[in-house]
Write a protein that binds this ligand. Structure first.
Ligand SMILES: Nc1nc2c(ncn2[C@@H]2O[C@H](COP(=O)(O)OP(=O)(O)OP(=O)(O)O)[C@@H](O)[C@H]2O)c(=O)[nH]1
Ligand SMILES: [Mg+2]
Length: 297
């Protein structure tokens, strides 16, 4: 084999506290919507892989739930475990922070990486919020004292700024080897999962406060018949009054969630979609590890 047939491929995990933009970054790097994004912390609940493929290069980007302190529900524990267990077999870790923001939760997340031997690159996201870029310099200096990072990349995932340098830094650290995924595949997740996550994204966007944290979505039916996909999704909540809130006056809220999710799914699945939603109560499921796992976490 000559040089031109050599391929590089490996795994890059994105970790950091909730809401810094890990999922937005995965989506921007892959160029497809792999992982749901909302303005609320603790949106991602699973280890989700987005696949970036270029000539001779494939990077599997592992999105993880934001590492958090604070609440101690079974769900919270499972999310932190999911994030940490995603670091096995990883070639590069991207530790993601927000420009100019260093909070106790960032420190706690970085602390969890203290014993890791894998190279850790720092991604300073949301630099679009800092109009005067010279303000970033003291922040970068401060970051340099916290750990010896393999590289530092200031980016804006949302505005697609400086993402090439993240790809280049990761690419140079990918081992030689065959691709891990078929070239036309951009995620390890199936359409059923995408359907459930799309419903949860809309629910999280439209519902107030803590309700989204204690809601889960389960697909009960996913049937493709010709041009149309029929999807039945159940929204699990943990209290009776939450059920009433999700349904809304005369079913208005549930309709709104369903309409937005259906529009997205038509786009993503490239089929007509018949989406039906149900709301059911499972008392305090976030406090029971068995229920948390049972609902797909
Ligand atoms: N201004 C700005 N906002 C961003 C950028 N990247 C992400 N955001 C916003 O930050 C919020 C959180 O983004 P997510 O990608 O869901 O963050 P996350 O780190 O995956 O959050 P968790 O899944 O909860 O851990 C959303 O409202 C995004 O639109 C950016 O580069 N600039
Ligand atoms: Mg996320």
């Amino acid at each position: 084999m000559n040089d031109t047939s050599t391929t590089r491929s490996g795994m890059v995990a994105l970790v950091g506290r909730p809401n810094v933009g890990k999922s937005t970054l995965v989506n921007a790097l892959v160029g497809e919507k792999v992982s749901i994004v909302t303005p609320k912390p603790q949106t991602t609940r699973h280890r989700i892989i987005g696949v970036l493929t270029q000539p001779g290069l494939q990077i599997a980007l592992v999105d993880t739930p934001g590492l958090h302190t604070g609440q101690r529900s079974a769900l919270n524990r499972v999310l932190n475990e999911t994030a940490m267990s995603s670091l096995a077999g990883i070639d590069v870790v991207l530790f993601v922070v927000e420009a100019g923001q260093w909070r106790a939760e960032d420190a706690a997340a970085l602390e969890r990486l203290a014993s890791i031997r894998t190279p850790v690159g720092l991604v300073i996201n949301k630099v679009d919020r800092v109009p005067d870029k010279t303000e970033l310099l003291p922040f970068i200096e401060q970051m340099n004292t916290r750990r010896e990072f393999a590289f530092i990349a200031p980016v804006s995932a949302q505005k697609n700024k400086n993402l090439d340098s993240v790809v280049a830094e990761c690419a140079s650290r990918m081992p030689e080897g065959p691709f891990l995924f078929p070239e036309d595949e951009y995620t390890d997740r199936n359409l059923r999962f995408i359907a459930a996550e799309t419903v949860r994204e809309k629910l999280t966007m439209y519902m107030q406060q803590e309700l989204p944290y204690s809601a889960a979505v389960e697909i009960e039916r996913f049937e493709q018949g010709g041009e149309q996909i029929e999807i039945h999704a159940c929204i699990w909540v943990s209290r009776d009054n939450h059920k009433a809130m999700v349904i809304g006056k005369g079913g208005a809220m549930l309709k709104k969630i369903g309409r937005a999710a259906r529009l997205d799914l038509v786009d993503r699945l490239e089929h007509r979609v018949d989406l039906r939603l149900w709301v059911k109560v499972r008392e305090n499921w976030i406090d029971s590890e068995a229920s948390v796992r049972d609902l797909g976490h």
